[in-house]
Write a protein that binds this ligand. Structure first.
Ligand SMILES: [Ca+2]
Length: 521
């Protein structure tokens, strides 16, 4: 059966279910696995030069790999709100780290109404309690890597172990205990590999002895680019703290002094090599910082890869392989030393790009690839279409189901609008917006009124700003007019300033945080 015929069948079955309570056609279960800050270029299926991820590769090889999937506001909380609502930040009301209004209808409500069992596990980070889920058990705020606290409707408890493994165990428990007469929608959200990149002990040791290749743009001098690149505070060489680098405070400091010490950004570090002490400064320290950062980050990714393998194996062993759509993604990308950076927020490819791997043996052929421009507003409409539920008109995204046969369907979107708001925010990243087409990217840092234009075909690393090039002026004019048109179509009138609203976190979440100050929001 073709996907289109299948979807027609699903719609018919949903209609029958609604009218006569008859047995539904086999709508797919949906296991949505999302990590925090896992860049596509740290997955071997996406050509990583840094690590091997055999389970993620298996997931993609058995189904679909989207090569151009993007976050429309590349930061944790807004991306999560976008995924749940199918809307850009200016419509869902979560442009920065403010909370998702619990009165808002999300895709979870809609799937539950369509007959799905809905569950949410792990990192939530939306400042209010999950709504629309039959079951939820979440980390408060960022959560912690070791012995995480999770809480549900009834309270909280500490789970012994490493967060990625704990959340995987909980996901398997949910799958075991779910009602068997309903399809399921399970969001399994890991904390990893978010900063401060604490691996489990096995992978910490394994990666500590590795030398990770440096990216070509690690020492980018930002020549010809906007001031924002010089103003940011997410530089691998300059802004990693002793805490990030896992340096231990000297003996004899008080708790407050220890906290201050680990929060500082060291310009000199003493290490021990083969029993001999050595002081690192300058370029040697820069190289060492990059290695320490990537060793820990990639070691965290390795546990995520194991988790995906365990979940796929469990589905396979329990008769759920064929009709479960397993998706792997991350809330956005991340700079892995690219342009000298370690965070996200910017519209440059390493940060804006999301991995998107999916397996659904009943409908997706192994090795399916698509270069179509997809984004995180599309996820909710995709789930609804597969569930045979209507897609509300106020969702910005469109179902990705037409990409499930590979390639780019006729009439698909030809550009993605992006907007980052949080300014001043963490890492002093300037607010900006822009357009990403198949071949070019236009960025406007509107506060300073500085523009960048990149030719993504000939300059995929985004190093040559062509905005002022005379030859590019017809293209600049065309892209600016397309950008304006897209803002209008999406209804972005620029109403958000990017300031974090004060006290904008639900009171119960706040109380949880007071009880557990180590789980900062
Ligand atoms: Ca994130």
């Amino acid at each position: 059966m073709s996907l289109r015929a299948f979807l027609r069948g699903v719609a018919l079955a949903a209609f029958c279910l609604a009218t006569a309570s008859q047995a539904a056609a086999p709508r797919p279960n949906i296991l949505f696995i999302m990590t925090d800050d896992h860049a596509a270029h740290a997955i071997s299926a996406y050509g990583s030069q840094l690590n091997r991820t055999p389970n993620l590769d298996r997931l993609g090889a058995q189904g679909l790999r989207l090569n151009r999937c993007y976050a429309v506001n590349s930061i944790c909380t807004p991306s999560r709100a976008t995924i749940l609502t199918g809307q850009y930040s200016h419509r869902n009301g979560v442009p920065v780290f403010n909370h998702l209004d619990p009165a808002k209808t999300t895709v979870a409500h809609r799937l539950r109404d369509a007959g799905y069992y809905t569950a949410m596990l792990g990192k939530w980070h939306l400042g209010s309690e999950p709504q629309g889920f039959d079951h939820w058990n979440i980390l408060p705020g960022q959560g912690r890597y070791q012995d995480p606290i999770l809480y549900d409707r009834d309270g909280h408890r500490i789970y012994q172990g490493y967060a990625t493994e704990v959340i995987t165990d909980l996901a398997i428990d949910v799958l075991k205990n779910r009602p068997k007469d309903q399809p399921f929608f399970l969001m399994c959200h890991h904390k990893a590999p978010h900063r401060e990149w604490t691996p489990n002990e096995r992978y910490r040791r394994e990666f500590a002895s590795r030398t990770i290749p440096e990216p070509a743009t690690l020492r980018d001098d930002y020549a010809g680019r906007a001031d924002a690149l010089r103003e940011q505070k997410q530089s691998v060489f300059r802004d990693l703290t002793r805490f990030d680098l896992k340096l231990k405070p000297p003996a004899g400091l008080s708790a407050a002094e220890q906290q201050r010490w680990v929060g500082e950004k060291p310009t000199e570090v003493e290490i021990e090599v083969a029993g001999r002490k050595q002081i690192l400064r300058g370029e040697a320290l820069d190289r060492w910082k990059y290695q320490r950062y990537l060793q820990d980050y990639l070691a965290c990714v390795q546990s995520v890869d194991d988790s995906v393998g365990r979940l796929m194996d469990w589905l396979d062993a329990n008769g759920l392989r064929d009709n479960t759509l397993v998706i792997y993604t991350s809330d956005q990308g991340f700079f892995l030393g690219d342009h000298g950076l370690y965070d996200k927020r910017f519209m440059y490819e390493p940060s804006m790009r999301m991995p998107f791997l999916a397996r659904w043996p009943a409908q997706l052929k192994p090795g399916t690839l698509s270069d179509a421009l997809a984004n995180n507003t599309d996820f909710a409409p995709t789930f609804l279409e597969l569930a045979g539920a209507p897609i509300p008109a106020d969702m910005h995204g469109r179902s990705l189901a037409p990409l499930f046969t590979g390639g780019t369907p006729a009439g698909w979107r030809d550009a993605i609008y992006y907007r980052y708001y949080h300014d001043p925010g963490h890492h002093d990243t300037r607010a900006h917006y822009g357009l990403r087409t198949d071949t070019h990217k236009l960025i406007h840092y509107h506060k300073a009124d500085q523009w960048e234009l990149y030719d993504l075909v000939n300059d995929p690393d985004e190093l040559k700003n062509l905005h002022h090039s005379p030859a590019a002026q017809p293209l600049v004019a065309d892209l600016k007019s397309r950008l304006k048109r897209l803002q209008h179509e999406l209804g972005d009138t620029g109403q958000f300033t990017g300031q974090l609203p004060k006290d904008d976190v639900d009171i119960r979440v706040k109380q949880m945080d007071r009880k557990h100050p180590d789980s900062q929001l």
